[in-house]
Ligand binder design. Structure first.
Ligand code: NAD
Length: 331
């Protein structure tokens, strides 16, 4: 039987990626939605063929507990609401997927982890790139060390933000581009180093549009240090475009460019271009979680991974706030 997924928040990621991906998943299907607009929810029910009774509002989410068609609740609202919505989802005793970044703070991550543990449900983060063949190649090379350990890494993910959005509001986004985009670079560095960094130095660049980015950074750069001496220079911004990652070892290297898109990423290594069969990242990610639930095994992108990344992000912000002071990471 396909497990039923309920999407919480029908914004652009649900509409453009997750909903369509759920039409091609093998082990799960869209079985309900939580939305502020009942009309929109009813249109989704017609489009995806689930009952109108499975359209919920944020205030009626608790009733999902009684819905036997729903096994997994997927939180796709702004990060500042992830803790509230993930905890509400856990209380319905359904398994939870929470989008990235997991929450605004490590403390909120802890609250989500505790709620899922108490409810006895599984928790996973919407880290789609862990299911992409190019990124699996980064991890494979990191694990096998076939060219040596990756010691020198760099990456950036940035785009120019044209119009105001919650992504530039600290309350809803938790921060600026580091929370939304930079977190991918942080994660990739951990994949390539096959470790969690021990310290960071970071600097926020001066804002070109301080009226637009009032309480969040506009651009920030950082250097992660790993215990074995590996380093990764990272960059993110809402003021320019960038999308790449490179990792170098003694006897080889890997470079992804673009690195972080839903599709159309490219990669090469010292051996030449990487040949791979493209996948629908979101479909593979959700199918994997459905299988984890069915088979009772942990996800490769568990809540603990989301929490780890937030602890690195918090150290990056702390270092930048202290004018670039080397800051230990306690993940
Ligand atoms: P969006 O603004 O398009 O959608 C957000 C949804 O949350 C909307 O439906 C909105 O109505 C709802 N919402 C509920 N309460 C709200 C409130 N108080 N304020 C604002 N919105 C509220 O955003 P999005 O791009 O769909 O992002 C949603 C989540 O998905 C974020 O956590 C984001 O980081 C994540 N995301 C992940 C990826 C990925 O590649 N994994 C890509 C895009 C977005």
């Amino acid at each position: 039987k396909k497990l039923g997924v309920a999407l919480v928040g029908l914004g652009s990621y649900s509409t453009g990626q997750l909903g369509p991906a759920l039409k091609s998943t093998e082990h799960c299907r869209l079985a309900g939605v939580v939305t502020g607009s009942r009309e929109k929810g009813l249109a989704w029910a017609r489009d995806y063929g689930f009952p109108e009774a499975s359209v919920y509002g944020y205030d009626t989410m608790a009733r999902i507990a009684e819905n036997r068609d729903i096994d997994i609740v997927y939180i796709v609202t702004p990060p500042g609401l992830h803790a509230e919505h993930s905890i509400a989802a856990a209380k319905t005793r359904k398994h939870v997927i929470c989008e990235k970044p997991m929450a605004n703070t490590v403390a909120e991550c802890d609250a989500i982890l505790a709620a899922c543990k108490e409810a006895g449900v599984r928790l996973s983060i919407g880290y789609r790139l862990h299911f992409d063949p190019l990124h699996e190649e980064v991890r494979r090379m990191a694990r096998t060390k076939e060219a040596g350990a990756f010691m020198k890494m760099s990456g950036g993910f940035a785009f120019t933000m044209g119009r105001k959005s919650w992504r530039a509001e600290k309350k809803l986004a938790g921060g600026g581009p580091l929370m939304d985009l930079g977190i991918y670079v942080v994660q990739e560095a951990c994949m390539a180093a096959n470790a969690t960094p021990v310290a960071v130095t970071a600097r926020e660049r001066p804002k070109k549009r301080p009226d637009f980015f009032v309480d969040v950074e506009e651009s920030i750069e950082w250097t992660l240090e790993f215990a074995d001496g590996a380093r990764c220079e990272g960059f993110t911004s809402y003021d320019e475009g960038r999308n790449d990652f490179r990792a170098e070892a003694k006897d080889g290297w890997i470079e992804l460019r673009p690195a972080f898109n839903y599709g159309g990423n490219r990669g090469s290594t010292h051996r030449g271009p990487i040949e791979f069969t493209a996948v629908n990242q979101q479909a593979v990610q959700m199918d994997d979680f459905a299988l984890c639930v069915k088979e009772g095994r942990p996800s490769r992108v568990p809540g603990e991974l989301g929490r780890r990344d937030l602890s690195i992000v918090e150290a990056i912000y702390a270092s930048a706030a202290a004018g670039g002071k080397r800051t230990p990471i306690r993940a």
